[in-house]
Write a protein of this length. Structure first.
Length: 386
């Protein structure tokens, strides 16, 4: 009986693909039902997988077969990003499988969007760039004024669902691609990818709407400072990362809670200058009034001298639970085209369809980017028009 034909793949690319997938070598060995030592031999190019093993390997790592024959790993967006979270036991920061998959997809879609905008002769977005040494509260207030959104507008929105939809629409209207992705309950809060034509932010749907709103503008701060980042739990980050993340938090709180409107609300509702740190009524009231998270409300109150520093720690302990509470639900499952709009928003699908109309992309490419059928594409077009 002839021996199985080995497939001479690049060990360096295999090692990279495993790391980028969020899996470990042990995970790969268990899925393929081969010894761990064999996987390491493939990485060191001491042996090569059989055709069957290679087919299963490419499928598991969700990579095209051709990539494993490159002499070295391709450069990806993930390599230029900061992973702001606690290190693992081996001091190496790893993406979860969900994060790794969505980051690859987001990077690919951003690249396509940027190319389309270039082919459409669209100029780079005129986003200002701020230094991390600048005062984040002042920058947040400046950007809120530049947005031309009235401080009273959020109070007119029915609930946090509508607020999230409106804020997402605002960012999209300013050229930002906004994704809402299933990054997992143990995944990051969100991530940002800068591009001069197609800047992108993503938020994790494991968190409630108020937390997602806060993350949207936290990630916007990363775009404004050109600090691409995957953002995790601030409490377990190294101090150097905390400084960057705290800047973005303070910016987001300042943008979402305009000074004059907040001070007027506090005076009219609570009639006192400082909120006692033991009393969470003020934080809850502010969060409900402005449709923001408890963290954002607490941080802004502290920044304006309306609350003590200790308030944030108290709120943080509560927010850990509340931000991931399940609310609503029980409705019908989304159809595929509805799921894509929920995930990718309106701007990206709209760009792909415009590129198709202008013969920049053929229909097959659009279907591939959106991972939908021809029927789904027709329904998606109708939904976008509606």
């Amino acid at each position: 009986m002839p021996k199985p034909t080995p497939v001479p793949i690049s060990g360096a690319v295999l090692r990279w693909a495993i790391r980028e997938s969020g899996l470990t070598e042990r995970d790969v060995a268990q899925h393929l039902q081969v010894p761990l030592e064999l996987v390491r031999e493939w990485e060191d190019e001491k042996t090569a997988p059989t055709k069957t093993e290679f087919s299963h390997l490419a499928g598991l790592l969700k990579r095209p077969s051709s990539i494993f024959f490159l002499p070295e790993p391709p450069r990806t967006a993930a390599q230029s990003m900061s992973f702001r979270r606690a290190p693992t036991d081996d001091q190496e920061t790893r993406l979860t499988p969900d994060e790794a998959r969505w980051l690859r997809i987001a990077s690919r879609l951003q690249e396509a969007a940027s190319l389309i905008l270039s082919r459409l002769d669209e100029r780079p977005i005129g986003f200002p760039r701020y230094d991390l040494l600048a005062n984040p509260e002042e920058i947040g207030e400046r950007e809120r004024v530049r947005s031309e959104i009235s401080a009273e507008t959020p109070s007119g929105w029915r609930d946090a669902f509508e607020a999230l939809r409106e804020w997402r629409g605002f960012l999209e209207s300013n050229g930002v691609i906004v994704f809402q992705l299933r990054l997992g309950r143990d995944g990051c809060r969100g991530f940002s990818l800068w591009d001069e034509r197609a800047p992108m932010v993503a938020v994790n749907t494991a968190y409630n709407q108020q937390a997602r709103i806060y993350t949207l503008f936290h990630e916007l701060a990363h775009l404004l400072t050109r600090t691409n980042s995957v953002c995790g739990d601030l409490r377990v980050m190294p101090r150097s990362d905390q400084d960057v993340e705290r800047w973005c938090e303070r910016f987001a709180a300042s943008f979402l809670l305009p000074r004059r409107a907040l001070e007027a609300y506090i005076e009219a509702t609570f009639r006192r200058g400082k909120a006692h740190r033991e009393d969470l009524r003020v934080v809850s009231g502010v969060a409900a009034r402005f449709k923001v998270s408890l963290r954002a409300a607490a941080l802004r109150l502290i920044g304006l001298g309306l609350a003590e520093e200790e308030l944030y720690s108290q709120v943080d302990r509560i927010a850990v639970v509340k931000e991931k509470e399940r609310r609503g639900g029980g409705g019908q499952a989304l159809k595929r085209h509805e799921r894509r709009i929920a995930e990718f928003g309106h701007r990206l699908p709209g760009l792909l369809l415009e590129a198709n109309r202008r013969d920049i992309l053929d229909t097959y490419d659009v279907l591939d980017y959106l991972d939908i059928s021809t029927k789904d594409l027709g329904n998606l077009k109708k939904e976008l028009v509606r």
